[in-house]
Design a protein around this ligand. Sequence first.
Ligand SMILES: N[C@@H](CCC(=O)N[C@@H](CS)C(=O)NCC(=O)O)C(=O)O
Length: 214
Amino acid sequence: MIKLTAFRWVPPFAQGLARDLRVRWALEEAGLPYEEWLIGPEDQASAGYRALQPFGQVPAIETGGLKLFESGAIVLHIAEGCDALSPGDAEGQARMKAWMFAALNSVEPAVQNLAAIDLFYAGEGWASERRPAAAEAVHKRLDAVEQWLGGRDYLEGRFTAGDLLMTTVLRILRHTDLVSGRPILKAYQERCEARPAFRKALADHLKPFQAAAA
Ligand SMILES: N[C@@H](CCC(=O)N[C@@H](CS)C(=O)NCC(=O)O)C(=O)O
């Protein structure tokens, strides 16, 4: 059975965003059962956990003898050989990987930078000075994704692991109107998030936080 690490608890701003959600979603799309290993700060610092995830972060998985970290690498590993996440032809698979990298390397850094300013440093003087340029950087990336999507339902005509990662990156902007104010991107995000696999993954991701609050 695949073992997936996730946090036992995160603050409300991170609930529904923490990156184990990406892996849960991919596992649901692939129909692969898994068990969760809920961790806390003491685990993050432990040598045992660092052997699984060198940076002490989540997510990581352990399956058979394989230990894997980095949400993108894990999602790719699951997508390979999974019809729901990956096209059957080599060209389609290469395009899927390009969008996976684009989501994590071209879009997420700008999005994460803005989120950090808003969520961690909102009260700081430097943050209000830096924010307009950070927001502009996000706009540039969102413009490009929106333009690419145009009338397409998905980045490559059908749902792939590229859409899965792009959707989870767009979710990071939920505290702003940067996605919700763009009809094409909003519809795209809602289309991807309407998938039963996402709904199930999100519900399971949130369960430990709800249990901790009860
Ligand atoms: N590039 C990594 C980033 C992982 C990451 O940032 N995880 C966050 C949760 S979403 C985390 O573990 N934060 C705690 C920490 O960095 O100590 C990935 O995609 O897996």
